[in-house]
Design a protein around this ligand. Sequence first.
Ligand code: DQA
Length: 145
Amino acid sequence: MRITVLNGPNLNLLGSREPEVYGRTTLDQLETMVRAEADELGVSLTWYQTNHEGEFVEAVQALAAAADGALVNAGAFTHTSLAIRDAFLAVQVPFVEVHLSNLFAREPERRHSRLADLAIGVVTGFGPMGYRLGLRALAARLGGG
Ligand code: DQA
């Protein structure tokens, strides 16, 4: 089973960026944790991060050929990007949306996602563990669970 993790803008700064909101785990550490989980699940994992909306769109388009499913933290694009929504509508690849922080405990403009209704489900507020939970849930769904 092939799963791609897509990380959006500013997630490259994890560890130093607003640690009271996002914690102290760096993106590299997060990747290591998620890869360990993927190994346990027998999932072949591709990890990607970009700060650019067009590159994110291209990464979503590439899912059609490269992945059975995706774990997606689109960062701020979650709340703004019709282009990324359209890309998911076009490829029809199943995905789980994940956020480190609890979107519903934050500013009003973060409480709406342009992707969530297209997702299998959303994991929000569990920090790095959310990626592991999301990966497990996605793998279970793709495996027929
Ligand atoms: C985030 C939440 C977004 O609102 C924010 O723009 C991010 C990170 C999260 O993981 O909590 O960049 O997606």
